[in-house]
Ligand binder design. Structure first.
Ligand SMILES: Nc1nc2c(ncn2[C@@H]2O[C@H](COP(=O)(O)OP(=O)(O)O)[C@@H](O)[C@H]2O)c(=O)[nH]1
Ligand SMILES: [Mg+2]
Length: 329
């Protein structure tokens, strides 16, 4: 028995939609062990041609806005329409603090019990690039397993949005029913990325505030460049708790997907993302072989010290290091 045979068996199980095989495949892909990397590559080569037939939806917003609650309600609605839903929850905190920003709701218990759903929290651990890299590959596995809606949940802490934007077809932003003052502090950069904006928690006493926030955000959006050409970003209220507005949110996703597919924009966006991914991978791969290089290890700490003491500039030190690595210095 060898690795390739094992991976062929595993890939076949993934393609049959076996949930345990899907989970196992993602575990191999997320692993940092060298021998797992080869297995992951073999697996991805087999699964890549089976991927792509899904709508990839990023869901973002500050901790506590209701992302997990929304994804559970939204996911159940989508499944009721006959789809299969995979949820990849990116949690940048889980390795660092041992705790989790995504919180208990990440478990999405009702959705998790549904045979048409697959939920996977992804510990981000190291770099943000790492998040995107592994999440992207996990997405390929989910698509090969027949999930035709892939949702990526990310915490709204800034940079991770850009990473998720580069992974998904559609970026959905959840906001709190905040008043005008909070609007001032709204992260313009993140709002600019959004294809759909939902003001969540529009229930009970918060209905009025939510409607108010919707008109504020609609006004604010007039001054922003739309994230996707030929697409007017809808701003609506919803309640993940009561389910109000959730069916409408899915309709918006379908309209977006229909329009983007028809004019070729979806294919173009994915091609662009793949190109970006290629260069990120080149960068990551070069960086890790450079750092693992014996010659570099020998000179790295000396150069770091010299840079810290202002003896040489970082760019001089970088040039020396790269020349040494390339064997010309
Ligand atoms: N009233 C109300 N509470 C909500 C709604 N959605 C989420 N919550 C609550 O907000 C808190 C945070 O929800 P969670 O889904 O974990 O937020 P996340 O951190 O964005 O994933 C929980 O106590 C939820 O029950 C909603 O639509 N209405
Ligand atoms: Mg959450």
């Amino acid at each position: 028995m060898n690795t390739t045979d094992d991976m062929e068996v595993l890939a076949a199980s993934v393609q049959r939609g076996d949930r345990r095989a899907t989970a196992r495949a993602i575990t191999i892909i997320e692993s940092t062990r060298e021998e797992h990397r080869d297995m992951a590559d073999a697996l991805l080569r087999m699964l890549l041609p089976e991927s792509g037939a899904s709508i990839r939806v990023g869901v973002s917003g500050v901790p506590g806005v209701g992302k997990s609650t929304f994804i559970e309600t939204f996911g159940l609605h989508i499944i009721a329409q006959g789809h299969r839903v995979a949820v990849l929850a990116v949690d940048p905190s889980s390795k660092i603090s041992g705790g989790s920003i995504l919180g208990d709701k990440t478990r999405m218990e009702v959705l998790g019990r549904d045979p048409a759903a697959f939920i996977r929290p992804t510990p981000a651990g190291g770099t943000l690039g790492g998040v995107a890299r592994r999440t992207r590959e996990a997405m390929i596995v989910c698509e090969a397993a027949g999930y035709d809606v892939v949702i990526v949940e990310t915490v709204g802490v800034g940079q991770s949005e850009t990473a998720v934007k580069d992974l998904t077809d559609l970026f959905m932003l959840l906001l709190l029913p905040a008043g005008g003052d909070e609007l001032q502090g709204m992260k313009k950069g993140i709002v600019e990325l959004a294809d759909i904006i939902l003001v969540n928690k529009a229930d009970g006493e918060l209905v009025g505030a939510a409607q108010h926030a919707v008109s504020d955000y609609r006004n604010a959006l007039h001054f922003l460049r739309p994230s996707t050409p030929n697409w007017t970003v809808p701003v609506e209220t919803c309640s993940a708790l009561t389910g109000a507005g959730v069916a409408e949110a899915w309709d918006m996703v379908k309209t977006f997907q229909g329009g983007m597919s028809a004019d070729g924009a979806l294919g173009a966006r994915r091609a662009e993302q793949a190109r970006t991914w290629l260069w990120n991978e080149v960068g990551d791969t070069l960086m890790s072989s450079l750092k693992a290089d014996g010659k570099i290890r020998e000179i790295a700490s000396t150069l770091e010290d010299q840079v810290a003491q202002g003896i040489i500039t970082p760019s001089m030190a970088a040039q020396r290091m790269v020349r040494k690595f390339l064997g010309s210095g």
